[in-house]
Design a protein around this ligand. Structure first.
Ligand code: HEC
Ligand code: HEC
Length: 289
């Protein structure tokens, strides 16, 4: 005869096991992403991931896929949930849109392809699945995207103020006085996995990893590239200063012949020798005008 006590214990045990067993099952189905009007499903994303992404990012999402050994920079480790391209402040999780855009856009100058060939719904499913690799997505919410006010007019004054900020914020220490990625600190930099990493070389004119527009550029240095030495300047720059800096950075993209560069060259030819070169000799006092 089964005693009441034993029955109760058995039932309890059963309930306990079900309790343990149920959450992952439920979670696997519920994990979703929201991009525009689309809802991405992790269960669908998983199959796509196994088809297109695991060779680099690995089935476990840790970035050590078969191809990873040949690749520099290395594929992202999704178990850490640290992402470069975010609309959200440094240290916070990106939004679903941020991940969606990164997948769509791909990372120029790296092996991360663009995935425009996949229908948007599939990219949304992949976003949902990527968020299953780290427990951070269960305990934290994505950061609140930074506000980007309308762009200020592109003027010589704005460019010159931006040049002063490039000096004062010491961007040149990594990116070099001319933006060639060859500043005094450049050769010493490592990422969050202790791997050597180079600052961006503006003169090549290659697209930024996190976008191509002036708004993207604004967002890049106001949120930082987490996991790399590229810091966030969101706490140090006012919005109008950030736009000045954007305008100056465009003059460093010498192979693109940007309107900012044309404007700056014209000013320089009329004011020959008036600008002190950017670099250590100037201190952090100002860009010299
Ligand atoms: C050929 C290798 C390769 C394949 C295939 C690949 N990736 Fe990547 N991926 C990379 C590399 C390399 C990086 C890191 C680039 C960097 O840090 O500059 C990356 C970065 C990322 C990031 C990080 C974005 C950020 O802001 O930090 C996401 C998300 C991503 N990949 C998603 C995917 C998805 C989804 C797929 C499949 C549809 C995929 N990748 C396929 C190589 C690959
Ligand atoms: C401590 C070194 C360091 C300093 C200081 C620094 N950067 Fe960077 N920056 C980097 C590194 C390293 C990268 C490349 C990151 C990568 O490729 O993942 C980078 C990348 C960038 C990029 C390209 C981002 C992309 O999406 O590809 C821009 C734009 C940029 N930095 C602007 C600036 C500006 C503006 C300043 C000063 C306000 C600045 N950086 C200061 C190290 C630095």
């Amino acid at each position: 005869m089964v005693s009441i006590g034993k029955l109760a214990r058995t039932l309890l045990l059963l309930a306990f096991c079900m309790g343990l067993a149920t959450p992952p099952l439920v979670r696997a189905q519920d994990e979703s992403s929201h991009i525009g009007g689309m809802t991405g499903r992790a269960s669908v994303g998983k199959e796509l991931f196994k088809r297109y992404c695991f060779g680099c990012h690995n089935l476990s999402g840790d970035g050590n896929g078969m191809e990873a050994q040949w690749i520099d920079p290395k594929p992202r480790d999704f178990t850490a949930a640290v992402f470069k391209c975010r609309s959200t402040p440094t240290g916070t999780l990106p939004t679903d849109d941020d991940l969606f855009n990164a997948i769509t856009r791909g990372f120029d100058t790296t092996f991360m392809p663009q995935w425009r060939s996949l229908p948007p719904q599939q990219r949304a499913d992949l976003v949902a699945y990527i968020k299953t690799f780290s427990p951070r997505w269960k305990t934290e919410k994505p950061g609140t995207p930074i506000t980007i006010p309308p762009e200020t007019p592109i003027t010589t004054d704005s460019i010159l103020r931006g040049r002063q900020l490039f000096q004062k914020m010491e961007c040149w220490k990594c990116h070099g006085p001319e933006g060639h990625g060859d500043g005094p600190s450049a050769s010493t930099l490592t990422d969050n996995k202790d791997r050597p990493i180079r600052p961006y070389d503006f003169s090549t004119g290659t697209r930024f990893k996190c976008g191509a527009t002036n708004r993207d550029l604004y967002q890049i240095f106001m949120t930082g590239l987490d996991g790399t030495p590229m810091p966030s300047f969101g706490d140090q720059l006012k919005p109008e200063e950030a736009w000045d800096l954007v305008h100056f950075l465009r003059t460093l993209q010498v192979s693109l012949k940007t309107p900012e560069l044309a404007m700056f060259r014209q000013w320089e030819s009329a004011h020959a020798g008036q600008l002190k070169p950017i670099g250590p000799d100037q201190g952090t006092g100002g860009g010299g005008k």
